[in-house]
Design a protein around this ligand. Structure first.
Ligand SMILES: Nc1ncnc2c1ncn2[C@@H]1O[C@H](COP(=O)(O)OP(=O)(O)O)[C@@H](O)[C@H]1O
Ligand SMILES: [Mg+2]
Length: 230
């Protein structure tokens, strides 16, 4: 992968994510974590090589095919990318409304339950410009997981919250993973990675130095729960 005519920022990387696996993506700032995630959420095409997603080659897929693929992917962007003119509730409800099929009362109930669980009970009606970095991060995470996507990509999703909230948010990812969502969490919080014990892909200088461990299973799930929100 390269940006424009620049040098390659990722090269000779080869890996497979088994359906339902959980992986951390680690590496120092500038190692290429965000760039690799861009290839996976189809925001960027590789300058050479192949990306296969849900069994299909997406490298040469027409642009018109991308929205349908993206709807199967939940993304937590490093810079959140919330819609500033909408409340936290409406931002989080978006994937459910786009998917269609659920009635509005159900959507509301589901969204409010999740926002309460991530500690935003009193901020549900606020618009993103009035939220703190950590609050925006939690809205972005709620939006990414609400529709139970097949693939979840999270870019430094706990970078702006305290350690207790980081654990709570990781728990959400683990619960989603248990429901079958293939999960990749980019982070440089090695303490959290060690504590959670998932498979680790380590990037350095544009290369992948550690391939995913065979199963990609979380070793140390926190409290077990049936649903996404207890
Ligand atoms: N939009 C961009 N245009 C040009 N170069 C970029 C852009 N985004 C990232 N880079 C470069 O790509 C490399 C990897 O960056 P990035 O993927 O953001 O790493 P990380 O997320 O691990 O911090 C860095 O050298 C960075 O400067
Ligand atoms: Mg990054």
């Amino acid at each position: 992968m390269r940006y424009g005519m620049g040098a390659e920022v990722l090269q000779d990387i080869s890996f497979t994510l088994d359906p339902g696996s959980f992986h951390f993506l680690t590496g120092p700032s500038g190692a290429g974590k965000t760039s690799l995630l861009k290839l996976l959420y189809l925001a960027h095409r590789p300058s050479r090589g192949l990306v296969t997603m849900f069994g299909d080659d997406v490298t040469s897929a027409p642009r018109s095919a991308l929205p349908r693929l993206r709807r199967r992917i939940g993304v937590v962007f490093q810079e959140y990318r919330l819609l500033d003119h909408m409340s936290a509730i409406d931002n989080v409800a978006m994937p459910l409304r786009i998917a269609g099929g659920a009635d509005e009362a159900k959507i509301r109930e589901h969204v409010e339950e999740l926002l309460i669980w991530v500690g935003l009970k009193d901020r549900m009606h606020a618009r993103p410009p009035t939220l703190s970095g950590g609050e925006k991060q939690r809205v972005a995470i709620a939006r990414a997981v609400i529709a139970k996507p097949e693939l979840l990509l999270a870019d430094e999703p706990t970078g702006n919250v305290d350690p207790d909230m980081a654990r709570r948010l990781m728990h959400l990812f683990v619960e989603l993973n248990k429901l079958g969502t293939t999960t990749v969490v980019a982070t440089h919080d090695l303490e959290l990675v060690e504590e959670m014990g998932g498979a680790v892909m380590q990037l350095s200088a544009g290369g992948l130095t550690h391939s995913p461990a065979s199963e990609g299973q979380i070793r140390n799930p926190h409290r077990p729960h049936k649903g996404l929100t207890p």
